[in-house]
Ligand binder design. Structure first.
Ligand code: 2DT
Ligand code: MG
Length: 202
C-alpha cells in the first residue's frame, strides 16, 4: 500500500495554488509546486520567467523544467511509500503544453520526462472564459501570461487529455473556491484509502 500522487493542472490564474493548498491540507499531504524556484535549477527558471529579456533558448528552458522535476523524484517516492499523499501544482503536462505552444514537438517534449512517476489522478481546472482569466489580479507579470499563448497552451492540454486516461476535467467558470474544492475532493476521495498498485511511469 502506498499513498496517491495527485496532480492539478491548468492555465495561469485558474486557482491551482489555492486548490492544491486546500487539498493538501485536507489530505494531510505534501505539496510540490513546479517549477520549484528554490533549487539551483529553479533559480535559473525563475530568472527566465521573470525577465523577458533573458535570452535562454526554449529547448534549454524545457530541459531545465524537466530537470527541476527529476530533482524531486527521490523525495516524492519516499513520501508516497511512507504513506504521505503528494499533491502537485503543475507537472509534466505543463512542461509539454507550454513548450509545444512555443513550437516544440510533443514527442521531443515528453522524452526528458520519460521515467518520472505518473500521477494516479490528474485534475485539469478548465476555464472556458479565457478573458476572465486574463483579468485576474497579477496576470501579465510573467513571460507566458499573454492571451495568445494561453489559447495555444489550452489546446495542447486538450491533446494531452485525450492521450492520458487518468485525466479529469473540472470546469471552473461560475464556481467559487469551495465548490471547486468539493469537486476535486469527490475525485480524490476514492484514493485516500491508499493505492495497492505500484507507481506507473511516463
Ligand atoms: P507558475 O505560474 O505555476 O509558477 O508557473 N511551465 C511550468 C513551463 O513552461 N514548463 C514546466 O515544466 C512547468 C512546470 C508555466 C510558471 C510558468 O512556468 C510554465 C507557467
Ligand atoms: Mg503563473
Amino acid at each position: 500500500m502506498r499513498a496517491p500522487l495527485i496532480v492539478i493542472e491548468g492555465l495561469d490564474r485558474t486557482g491551482k495554488s489555492t486548490q492544491t493548498a486546500k487539498l493538501c491540507h485536507r489530505l494531510n499531504g505534501f505539496l510540490v509546486k513546479f517549477p520549484n524556484r528554490e533549487t539551483p535549477i529553479g533559480k535559473l527558471l525563475n530568472q527566465y520567467l521573470t525577465d523577458a529579456s533573458n535570452p535562454m533558448p526554449l529547448e534549454v528552458a524545457h530541459l531545465l523544467f524537466s530537470a527541476n522535476r527529476w530533482e524531486m523524484v527521490k523525495n516524492i517516492e519516499d513520501l508516497l511509500s511512507k504513506g504521505t499523499p503528494v499533491v502537485m501544482d503543475r507537472y509534466v503536462y505543463s512542461g509539454v503544453a507550454y513548450s509545444m505552444a512555443k513550437g516544440l514537438d510533443i514527442e521531443w517534449c515528453l522524452a526528458p520526462d520519460k521515467g518520472l512517476p505518473k500521477p494516479d489522478v490528474t485534475i485539469f481546472l478548465k476555464a472556458n472564459d479565457l478573458d476572465s482569466i486574463s483579468q485576474r489580479e497579477g496576470f501579465g507579470e510573467e513571460r507566458y501570461e499573454v492571451a495568445s499563448l494561453q489559447t495555444s497552451v489550452r489546446n495542447n492540454f486538450e491533446i494531452l487529455r485525450s492521450r492520458y486516461d487518468e485525466w479529469k476535467v473540472i470546469i471552473i467558470d461560475g464556481k467559487d473556491i469551495d465548490q471547486v474544492h468539493e469537486h476535486i475532493w469527490e475525485l480524490v476521495c476514492p484514493l485516500t484509502r491508499g493505492v495497492t498498485t505500484g507507481l506507473n511511469r511516463f
